[in-house]
Ligand binder design. Sequence first.
Ligand code: PGA
Length: 253
Amino acid sequence: MKKTIIANWKMNPVSLDQALHLAGEIEKRTTGIKNAEVVIAPPYPFLKDIGRVLKKTKLGAQNMHWEEAGPYTGEVSWRQLKHFRVTHVIIGHSERRIHMGETDEMINKKIKAALKANLIPILAVGEQKKLSENAMRLVLSRQLSRGLAGITAHDFKKGAIAYEPVWAIGTGRAATPKHAGIALRMIQKILAGLWKTKKVTMPILYGGSVNSKNAADFISPTMGGMQGLLVGSASLNATEFTGIIKSSSPESF
Ligand code: PGA
């Protein structure tokens, strides 16, 4: 299965010129890529122009509103995103849960709307602080069962889950690949229970201080075993981000 590598630029960079330069460099340096699907999720105002320079790289959004249009000041709808070649959308990122008051119920509406609009939802989940395995399972179960309420495995077959322990995001202190692997199996088990299936096949990504040095270990089947990565800070540097893509798809280079 192709690895999914997503650049979450958050509220960066500050200018369109910088954004175009960065996207252009990433696109140029990864043209030969075979076994990874690369997605760039820039801030909304850059979507249109970035969409024009990307060829192989996919375009993602960092959020969306579940309604098509309406009185929601400051929001952007799934319908509006569809004008800009957007294929993927990150939903439920911890920064939105924490700073913007996004609830599991809102996240659930967004996922349903994204699926209906044929956008690929990347549902972000993760515990806020380091917890015992049991406590962590409770947090992940709650986020997954509420976020995916009323959504079948079939509905979500193109979707992905990003496991992002909040304590590892933007800290430079990533989780260990072993911890990510434990979370991966936990998430697979929770989803198998929710959907009453034996095998969960959708990609489960890791995010939280991924860089070009630790990426390979998260992906390695004998270490983390993750099926992709959600990258914040390191995706703002073309050399770092290309390095991450290379380690997840070494045979392409
Ligand atoms: P980070 O961010 O790579 O800067 O830790 C990851 C994310 O928040 O998606």
